[in-house]
Design a protein around this ligand. Structure first.
Ligand code: AMP
Ligand code: MG
Length: 414
């Protein structure tokens, strides 16, 4: 059986990202949050756009002030006032200055700004008492970015700051990867929807809802295919439909060793290549990973997740989410985020498989703290998954991590 790390590597190697040439669309900046840039962006304007002042003060000629001192102050004639947004009209000559405000364009002739606080003004004259640094408080055109240089790289996820950069570079439309489509299918004779009355023995198909949300928060588009009973023909039909409608397929249930667990057999019948049937993790051991290849389409990844709701979620966070990030065109940072913290309670495992215990991670006085979810750490207990944001990881061979000791935590991107 593969370890979690080996399974992660195998799965990521199977993922073919969306095609940057074909699988992209143009979106406006107001719709770009969270999207993945499909092509590098190059700006055609310098930034700053022009020389401008970083202070409220006076635009002066440095050469006029080299002999300036408190004992020998220098008085200049103010020829113009330049607020931000205005184009200066006058050239600063020897003995002159222009009043200038933060962000305003530097006038011709001036090369240095003197802060207002270091001057004394009387009418249209300003007196200075010290030699400024040459070019002080001037933000030069192109100082931070020169037109034609790479601005943003392909494969980054756009967030507020990136969108500000694109706005500044006057790129109102950006090319982003389309959102990958992920079909979600539940299997099981016992499953009903939340609004159906429960007959004895039935349970609600909660996986459909949880997986749809996780697909969405990972930036992809869920396609909800509902649940199918444990009937090979119906499962086969549903998997066919899923493959035809999506870039990736997630099914839950039917991948264990029970009499009604048909998924692996059907995948093989449909021509899928099965790469993985189990991973040494707890919860989540029965995880099937398969690929479908058709001549005209990219390889599609199929995840047969365990039906148990805790296992389905844990395997999504640990294995599906990284694969989905890579599929979506993100250039790096696919694996989950692991942080080192301290546990507030004893953590226990049988040590046979890598164990994930669920709970909350918090930053307390500069240190991550992990607190187990209240109630049983039982993979049948879906209820105490509510409000968790972390999984404590107990490696194979570790049966206990004591309260106060260091533990690795998978910080969930929920
Ligand atoms: P299975 O993997 O099909 O053997 O299912 C394992 C356990 O998870 C059983 O107790 C199922 O009733 C339960 N289960 C399976 N599918 C779902 C689902 N979609 N939502 C909630 N629980 C499920
Ligand atoms: Mg089942």
């Amino acid at each position: 059986m593969l370890s979690a790390q080996e399974a992660e590597t195998l799965i990521l190697n199977l993922v073919q990202p969306l095609d940057a040439q074909q699988d992209w669309e143009q979106v406006s900046l107001t719709a770009a949050n969270g999207r993945i840039l499909a092509a590098p962006v190059t700006g055609n304007q310098d930034f700053p756009y022009w020389d401008n002042s970083a202070m409220d003060g006076y635009a002066v000629r440095y050469a006029d002030l080299v002999d300036c001192s408190p004992e020998k102050p220098i008085t200049l004639e103010i020829i113009e006032e330049i607020p931000a947004g205005m184009q200066p009209q006058k050239t600063v000559q020897t003995g002159q200055a222009s009043r200038i405000l933060t962000g305003a364009m530097l006038p011709q002739g001036a090369d240095t700004i003197v802060m207002q606080e270091e001057t004394q003004r009387e009418g249209d004259r300003v007196t200075l008492f010290a030699v400024p640094k040459p070019q002080a408080f001037v933000r030069h055109r192109g100082q931070f970015y020169q037109a034609g240089n790479p601005l943003l790289a392909a494969g980054i996820r756009l967030a507020a700051a990136d969108i500000a950069v694109l706005a500044t570079a006057q790129c109102p439309q950006v090319p982003v990867y389309r959102r990958p489509k992920v079909a979600i299918l539940s299997t099981g004779d016992e499953l009903v929807t939340p609004d159906q009355p429960l007959q004895p023995g039935q349970i609600v198909d909660s996986n459909q809802y949880a997986l749809a949300v996780l697909v969405e928060v990972t930036g992809a588009e869920p396609i909800l295919l509902g649940s199918v009973p444990d009937q090979p023909d119906q499962i086969k039909q549903a998997i066919r439909q899923a493959i035809n409608s999506a870039d990736m397929v997630l099914s839950s249930g039917g991948v264990s060793v029970g009499d009604y667990d048909y998924v692996d057999r059907i995948l093989a019948e449909l021509g899928a290549e099965i790469h993985l049937r189990a991973v040494a993790v707890k919860p989540g051991k029965p995880l099937t990973v398969a690929t479908f290849s058709t001549t005209n389409q990219a390889t599609q990844l199929y995840f047969g997740l365990p039906g148990n709701p805790v296992s389905a979620l844990v395997t999504f966070w640990r294995f599906v989410q990284p694969a989905l990030r890579k599929l979506s065109g993100l250039a790096s940072d696919w694996p989950p985020m692991f942080v080192q913290g301290r546990t507030t309670q004893d953590l226990r495992s049988d040590g046979k498989r890598e164990s994930y215990l669920w709970g909350q991670v918090r930053l307390v006085q500069g240190e991550f703290q992990f607190q187990l979810a209240g109630g049983a750490q039982n993979s049948g207990n879906l209820i105490n998954l509510a409000q968790i944001n972390g999984l404590a990881v107990l490696p194979i061979g570790t049966t206990q991590i004591s309260a106060g000791d260091s533990v690795q935590i998978l910080w969930l991107q929920t």
